[in-house]
Ligand binder design. Structure first.
Ligand SMILES: C[S@@+](CC[C@H](N)C(=O)[O-])C[C@H]1O[C@@H](n2cnc3c(N)ncnc32)[C@H](O)[C@@H]1O
Length: 338
């Protein structure tokens, strides 16, 4: 697991902490999972409710790579209160804790900021370990198997493991592919470097007026024409969609125009800093899309993960496909012990 992965997810969860009301179990959830929208939360909820059936009411449940805690909310809705979540992102753990603290009468969730393959938690302490599009983000296949070993270690010998994992060739992977193409188009528009050149030349022409600075400004403006056409054309194509990358693109474009009109209120460094920040957000989004792609498991990967649990003495079920839509594209692998 690279530091970049940690930063990319930190960037995602930053600012989302405390944003959800605690009343809408879908909040903050759809975007993290790209293609899996809030509208499917009911099906996911039904899956988890069925998975929790039969557990003792005092069961200790651990959610690996819990994010803002959507599986923990389903567990809570099923009456469980001994809830813990592990996530690499400090901001995600703050989000889940804030959400549970905000909802009246809910005992706090124990949040642990750690990588899934090395949690530092006591072995055998959990009656159920769950994960939803989670532990497969551990990094390389070796780290994903290390995460499986870690989960088997954390389970008590009579405990149960259930996970929904990204699946190779599934609907989410296809959607991620589309988002990566969008990011490519955005990067190839060259809008950010061209906008930076315009701002730099405008500030120079305004602070030191001369034919030379005027000409440099005019050149920079004409250098922005093609990038501007590319980015507005691309934003136009996404009018009906509301993907995060299109929203980012729109924000980048309208923010740049706005900054240009009000540039006298800012320093050049502030404006360049804002554009660099936008570039950072785009890079982080791209990083998350790549990690989603990398996380998608083949049938062989799924079997290898279950084999780890078998070797630790757990009885496992054959991997099954989980569907959220009627389009024959599976949304996940169901990996579980009996
Ligand atoms: C797609 S989100 C899913 C979050 C949550 N399980 C859900 O269903 O909403 C993936 C989560 O994995 C976390 N993550 C990524 N790499 C991780 C790692 N190596 N160890 C622990 N968590 C990780 C991210 O911070 C993010 O919260």
């Amino acid at each position: 697991m690279s530091d970049t992965n940690k930063q990319n997810w930190g960037n995602y969860w930053q600012g989302r902490a405390g944003n959800s009301s605690g009343e809408n179990p879908g909040d903050g959830f759809g975007e993290a999972l790209v293609g899996v929208g809030i509208e499917h939360n009911e099906k996911l909820g039904a899956f988890w409710t069925a998975s929790f059936a039969g557990l003792d009411s005092g069961a200790k449940i651990l959610d690996m790579a819990c994010g803002a805690g959507s599986v923990l909310r389903h567990a809570h809705n099923s009456g469980f209160t001994e809830l813990s979540g592990v996530d690499i992102s400090d901001a995600a753990i703050k989000a889940v804790q804030a959400e549970f603290a905000a909802a009246k009468g809910i005992k706090g969730v124990k949040g642990i900021v750690a990588p899934v393959d090395k949690t530092g938690l006591a072995g055998g302490a959990y009656d159920m370990v769950v994960s939803q599009y989670g532990f497969e983000y551990a990094g390389s296949r070796r780290q994903v198997l290390a995460a499986a070993t870690e989960m088997a270690r954390l389970l008590n010998p009579n405990g149960q493991f259930t996970a929904l994992c990204h699946i190779k060739g599934g609907g989410i992977e296809q959607e991620v592919h589309g988002h990566l193409n969008d990011i490519k188009t955005l990067a190839q528009s060259n809008f950010i470097p061209a906008a930076k050149a315009v701002f730099s030349a405008a500030f120079a022409a305004e602070s030191t007026p001369s034919p030379k600075t005027k000409k440099a400004y005019e050149d920079a403006v004409s250098g922005l024409t093609a990038p501007r056409e590319k980015i507005t054309g691309w934003i136009g194509l996404g009018q009906n969609g509301s993907s995060e990358i299109h929203k980012l693109g729109q924000h980048l474009y309208s923010g740049t125009i706005d900054l240009f009109n009000r540039r006298k209120a800012y320093s050049l460094a502030d404006i360049i800093g804002w554009l660099d920040g936008m570039q950072g957000e785009i890079d982080a989004y791209k990083g998350r899309m790549h990690s989603m792609q990398q996380a998608a498991l083949s049938a062989k990967d799924a079997n290898n993960i279950l084999a780890v649990f078998s070797r630790s003495g757990f009885e496992v079920e054959a991997p099954q496909k989980f569907y959220l839509t009627d389009d024959n594209k599976p949304a996940a692998w169901i990996l579980k012990t009996r």
